[in-house]
Design a protein around this ligand. Structure first.
Ligand SMILES: [Zn+2]
Ligand SMILES: [Zn+2]
Length: 187
C-alpha cells in the first residue's frame, strides 16, 4: 500500500481519497479511502461522501474501532448506500457512527490534540482537524493545494457557508495542510 510519512507518527495513504493514519497512543485513521490493515482505535470521517467512507464498514468489522463523523453529516451518511451503492466498482458497506463530532470537540491522540472545526460547505456536516502545536490541518474536501476549494453542487452541500469555511481554514496559518485529495501543502 502506497504511503508517505508526513511528520513523526502521521502517515498519508493513497486510495479513493487521502487517508491519514496517526500512529500514536490512540491509533486514528482519518477517512476510510483505504482498507488499512493496521490497529485502528478510532476512525474519523471528515464527511459522509463515498470516497471517504468506502472501507469504513470493513475496517469496523475487522478492528471494532469507533467511528465518528460531524453531527450534521449523520442524516446523509444514513442514506449513503442508497445514493451510492458502489464506488469505483466496490460495494459500500452500510455504516453508522458510534459518536458525533461538533465544533470545539478535541481528540487526544496521546502526543497530539486534534481540534474539531465545523466547516460546512462541501457537505453540511464537513469537519476539519487542527493540531495547534504542530500546526497541521486536515481539511477534508474543503480546501486543496493551490487554493482549490471543494465542490458545493452535491445534494447536502451548503454552498452559502463554503466561503466562510475556507477563509476560516486559511486563517489558521497551518504549516502543513493535509487535504482529502491531491498533494499536501507545506507552507
Ligand atoms: Zn467529498
Ligand atoms: Zn473526496
Amino acid at each position: 500500500m502506497v504511503f508517505q510519512k508526513i511528520i513523526n507518527k502521521v502517515f498519508l495513504y493513497h486510495g479513493s481519497c487521502n487517508s491519514y493514519y496517526i500512529d500514536d497512543e490512540v491509533k486514528i485513521l482519518i477517512d476510510a479511502g483505504v482498507d488499512l490493515d493496521k490497529k485502528i482505535d478510532l476512525l474519523v470521517l471528515t464527511h459522509f461522501h463515498p470516497d471517504h467512507a468506502l472501507f469504513a464498514r470493513r475496517i469496523k468489522d475487522r478492528t471494532n474501532c469507533r467511528i465518528l463523523i460531524g453531527h450534521r453529516d449523520l442524516e446523509p451518511l444514513k442514506l449513503l448506500t442508497k445514493v451510492w451503492p458502489t464506488w469505483e466498482g466496490k460495494k459500500i458497506g452500510e455504516v453508522l457512527p458510534d459518536g458525533l463530532l461538533k465544533e470545539g470537540d478535541v481528540i487526544n491522540t496521546g502526543s497530539m490534540i486534534l481540534k474539531v472545526l465545523e466547516v460546512p460547505g462541501h457537505t453540511i456536516g464537513s469537519i476539519a482537524f487542527f493540531e495547534p502545536v504542530k500546526k497541521i490541518l486536515f481539511t477534508g474536501d474543503t480546501l486543496f493545494a493551490h487554493g482549490v476549494t471543494g465542490r458545493i453542487d452535491f445534494p447536502y452541500s451548503d454552498s452559502q457557508s463554503m466561503d466562510e469555511s475556507v477563509e476560516r481554514l486559511k486563517s489558521l496559518k497551518a504549516d502543513i495542510i493535509l487535504p482529502g485529495h491531491g498533494e499536501i501543502i507545506r507552507v
